[in-house]
Every structure is written in structure tokens, then in C-alpha cells.
Design a protein around this ligand. Sequence first.
Ligand SMILES: Nc1ncnc2c1ncn2[C@@H]1O[C@H](COP(=O)(O)OP(=O)(O)OP(=O)(O)O)[C@@H](O)[C@H]1O
Ligand SMILES: [Mg+2]
Length: 378
Amino acid sequence: MSRTPTTLDLPALVTDPATRIVVCCGSGGVGKTTTAAALAVHAAEAGRSVVVLTIDPARRLAQSLGVGELDNTPRTVPGVGAGGGRLDAMMLDMKRTFDDVVHAHADPQRAAQIIANPFYQSVSSSFAGTQEYMAMEKLGQLRAEADRTGRWDLIVVDTPPSRSALDFLDAPKRLGSFLDGRFVRLLAAPAKVGGRASVKALAGGVAVATKVLDKLLGAQLLRDVQTFVAALDTMFGGFRERADATYALLSEPGTAFLVVAAPERDALREARYFVERLAHDQMPLAGLVLNRVAQPGPIGVDRALGAALQLTDGEESGAAERAAAAALRLQASVGALAARHRAALRGFAAAHPGVPVAVVAAAPTDVHDLEGLRQILR
Ligand SMILES: Nc1ncnc2c1ncn2[C@@H]1O[C@H](COP(=O)(O)OP(=O)(O)OP(=O)(O)O)[C@@H](O)[C@H]1O
Ligand SMILES: [Mg+2]
């Protein structure tokens, strides 16, 4: 049975003053960054004050927005939002965000010591889930600033290319359980002796464990780990509370999750997983963005192929006929692709009849400037 899904009106969504946060998620390479930027540009040009938080190490977006570079500080994008709106953009720099947290929680000398620590360096740049967590941490910070200063009325969030939805939604919990983990507590304890009373009480047992670890890891590495973990404990003080607050922010009705997907069967299977996961966590899903959908040409596939055959059939077919036939065959293949995309969409709609869908046409080329971003929503 085929179904027509409800249409998701993206321009209406991002210009609605009730929409305060938009999160674009989805699997790798489907157009999350592009969609986030296009939505942000549209909202800013409709008069809203928007900040877009992107995660785009390839820096394609900075180029599209016509800004030299994007970093951890939101910067105003020139040439957007003449009608009273404004667009600020920033790119999440995970290492920098981590470092900023260290600086905020330790005196300068101690901060320098921690940042130079090799264990800190490897963990801050590669610990699984840190990027997802940091994106959420940053979102919390942006929202706090928006509430305090009124600088933005819409925050658009891009998400990192995660292997699965779990990475994204589980990040706060996972980093939390890492910090709460007994192994970590044990490692942290010796560095804190003389600090907390509860830690002192543990000191006997810890000394034994430390000796074992010392043998296993080597003294220098152990000290590095201890320094780092003690620092983590300082800098993520109140971590759970913040993670919970951000999670609550995400579940508010003012938040709109968009699952971005490519219009292929496999990609949509992954998208369904995102949709189900968001539903399971009772996150406000606004809908699916089916990106880069092929548009059927003016002539049907069979007719185009038939005409191509006729053109090259006779003895007398020359260069002009062959060129025309090639063009017709090309059109037929795009038409076939478009049909496949439509079938994939129907499959999704049948499985999730309640999820609105926005179809975004494939632009003829990759998006590389503001005009390209504007075209996305047209
Ligand atoms: N509708 C579209 N038409 C044409 N090109 C598009 C469209 N959407 C995205 N692209 C292009 O596809 C490429 C990937 O897009 P994008 O970087 O937004 O994906 P992503 O999901 O953020 O990727 P990653 O998971 O690596 O972060 C870019 O070169 C972009 O210009
Ligand atoms: Mg991206």
C-alpha cells in the first residue's frame, strides 16, 4: 500500500517564533551541515536572530557562508538578514571547547599543566562521544547566553557524523558514566589525597590498587592519568546537572528535531532508526528531510528510451542524432533515479505515516555559496 506523507514545511518551521532550537541529525554525508545552514540563512532573512552551531571540519560551510573561518566564537555572517534579522555562525572545535572548560575551572598555571598532559590531549581529541557531548554542552551555553542577553531567538544545531543515533543521544549519559566509573574514581583518588575526607577514607585500598596499576601502566603514565582525571573531576563539576539540563532543553516543545536522510533505501533504513530512537526518548521530532531528491524530467523514462532508440536506429543517424539520443538516455536514467527516490519515500511513509516529510531537490552542483544555500529551501 502506498501512502503520501504529510508535508513538512521547513520555512514555516524556522520562521515560527515558537521554534527556539532546531537540531539536524542523521547519518554521515546526508546533508546535515548544509540543511542546518540553509535553515539558519532562511530564518535570518525572515528577520530572526539566529546562531548556527556547525560541526564541519571539512570547512565547506565556512566557504559557503563566505566567511574566512569559523571557530568556537559565534561571528556574524555578512550579507545575511538585511530585514532586521541576523545570522551568527560558529564551528564546534572540540579540543578548544575542552580547553575552555579547563581554563574556566583551573588557575592559569594548573590549566597549562593539564592541557600539556599527553593523556588529556589524546582523550580530549579522541574520546568516543566527546564530540557529541561537546555539541550538547555548547548548545547549553548558547541557550544560556540567548536567555541572558536576548542575542538569539533561534539556535540551529548541526550534529557530528555519528555512526548511529545512539552516539548522539547517549553522549551525555556515556560521558557521565565514564566519569562516575569506579575505575576512574580509583585513578582520581591518589591525586586528591589531602582533599576530600571521603577520599582519605579510601586511601588504604587505593594505595594497593595504585601499586598494581603502577606496574601495569608505568609511573609516569599513571601520574598523567591521575592528573587528568582529577582535572576532569574539577572541570565537569556539576556535569550530571548540566547534562540533565541540556537533555531537558532538547525535550522541550520549542525544540524541533529534523532527521536528514538521503533518498535511498539503505539510508532511509538508518533514518528510521533515528526516528524511532527520538520517539523512544520522547524528543520532539518535527520530521524527515529527504535531501538530494532527483527530479523527474519532462519526458517519461520509457518514452525517452524509446525516442533515443529511434534516433539511433536508422543508417542515416549522424552526430546530431547521436548527441540527442545520449541526452535522452541521460534523462531516462535521471527519471529512473527519481522513481527510485519516490519509491523509497513511499516505503518510509508507509512505515512512519505520522512523520511529516520535507523533500529537498538535489541541486545540480554541490553547495558552495550563500545563493546555493538559499536555493536549498526553494
Ligand atoms: N540538496 C543538495 N543538493 C546538492 N548538493 C548538496 C545538497 N545537500 C548537500 N549537498 C552537498 O553534499 C555534500 C555533503 O553535505 P553536508 O556536508 O551538508 O553533509 P553532512 O551530513 O553534514 O556530512 P557529514 O556527516 O560529513 O558532516 C556537500 O558537498 C554539500 O554541498
Ligand atoms: Mg556535517
